[in-house]
Design a protein around this ligand. Structure first.
Ligand SMILES: NC(=O)c1ccc[n+]([C@@H]2O[C@H](COP(=O)([O-])OP(=O)(O)OC[C@H]3O[C@@H](n4cnc5c(N)ncnc54)[C@H](OP(=O)(O)O)[C@@H]3O)[C@@H](O)[C@H]2O)c1
Length: 217
C-alpha cells in the first residue's frame, strides 16, 4: 500500500486558522490536488476535517471533460459523529464511502450510517486502528491512498511509520494562533532526534508564490 499525505499550510505551519478556516491554497494548487486525487484509489480524512469543512472529496477540477471516476472515501470517526446530511453521506449511495469507527460507536449510529449506502468498518477500541483500516481497504483492492488530514490523522499515520510520501504546499501567508491546527498534531516526539527524517525530492514554485515540496520518508 502506498500512502501519500498531502496538505496545504501557511509559512507558520498552520493548516487551518483557530476558527477552522482552511482555505489556504490557490486555485492552481487545488487543481494540482484534484489531479493527484485522480492518480489514487482512495482518500482518507479525519472526522474533525469533515465537521470543519464538509468536503465532497471528489475530483472536479483539472479535467477537460468531467468523467465519472470516483475515489473511495474513507472517514476516520471513532464514534460515528459524521452528520447524516454531510456532503459525504448525502452522496454515499453513489460514491463508495467507508466510515471507520471503533466499538464505541453505538449500533444505532452504525445502522443509520449504513442506511446512507456507506460501508462501516469497526476497527479499534478507543481510537480507530489505522493499521487495521489500511489492511482492510487493501483487501478491497485499494493500493494507493491519499491522506488529506487533518493534523491528528497525519500524526497517527506518520508515527505508525506508514507514510511513504509527503506533499506540502507552503502558501505565502501567516495566520498565527496557538489553537490553530498545524500540519502534524498529536503527542509529538520529545526530542528532535526522534523525529522522522524526510528526503526532499522535488520543489516547484507556483505562480501564486506557493512552494510545493515533495518528500519521501
Ligand atoms: N490545509 C489543509 O490541507 C487541511 C487538510 C485537512 C484538514 N485541514 C483542517 O484541519 C482541521 C482538522 O484537523 P484535526 O487535526 O483537528 O483533526 P482530524 O485529523 O481531521 O481528525 C481527528 C479526529 O479523528 C478521530 N480519530 C479516530 N481515530 C483516530 C486516530 N487513530 N488518529 C487520529 N485521529 C483519530 C478523532 O476524533 P473521534 O475520537 O471523535 O473519532 C480525532 O479527534 C480542520 O480545521 C480542517 O479544516 C486542513
Amino acid at each position: 500500500m502506498q500512502v501519500i499525505v498531502n496538505s496545504a499550510m501557511t509559512v507558520d505551519g498552520k493548516i487551518a486558522t483557530h476558527q477552522g478556516d482552511s482555505a489556504i491554497s490557490s486555485k492552481d494548487d487545488l487543481i494540482r490536488v484534484h489531479k493527484l486525487r485522480d492518480s489514487v484509489d482512495g482518500i482518507i480524512v479525519g472526522i474533525s476535517t469533515v465537521l470543519a469543512d464538509n468536503p465532497r472529496l471528489t475530483i472536479r477540477l483539472g479535467r477537460k471533460q468531467p468523467k465519472e471516476k470516483h475515489l473511495t472515501r474513507i472517514i476516520i470517526d471513532s464514534m460515528g459523529r459524521i452528520p447524516l446530511d454531510s456532503q459525504i453521506l448525502r452522496t454515499a449511495s453513489k460514491i463508495k464511502t467507508i466510515v471507520a469507527v471503533t466499538k464505541l460507536a453505538h449500533m444505532n449510529v452504525r445502522r443509520k450510517i449504513k442506511k446512507t449506502g456507506a460501508i462501516v468498518i469497526v476497527a479499534g477500541t478507543n481510537t480507530v486502528d489505522l493499521k487495521r483500516v489500511l489492511w482492510t481497504i487493501q483487501k478491497m483492492g485499494i493500493k494507493k491512498i491519499l491522506v488529506e488530514g487533518g493534523g491528528e490523522i497525519n500524526w497517527s499515520l506518520f508515527s505508525l511509520g506508514i507514510v511513504n510520501e509527503l506533499i506540502v504546499t507552503i502558501a505565502p501567508k501567516i495566520v498565527g494562533g496557538r489553537q490553530a491546527t498545524t500540519l502534524v498534531e498529536g503527542e509529538g516526539y520529545s526530542r528532535v532526534s526522534q523525529g522522522l527524517k524526510l528526503q526532499l525530492k522535488k520543489v516547484r514554485m507556483q505562480n501564486s508564490g506557493e512552494l510545493v515540496l515533495h518528500y519521501k520518508l
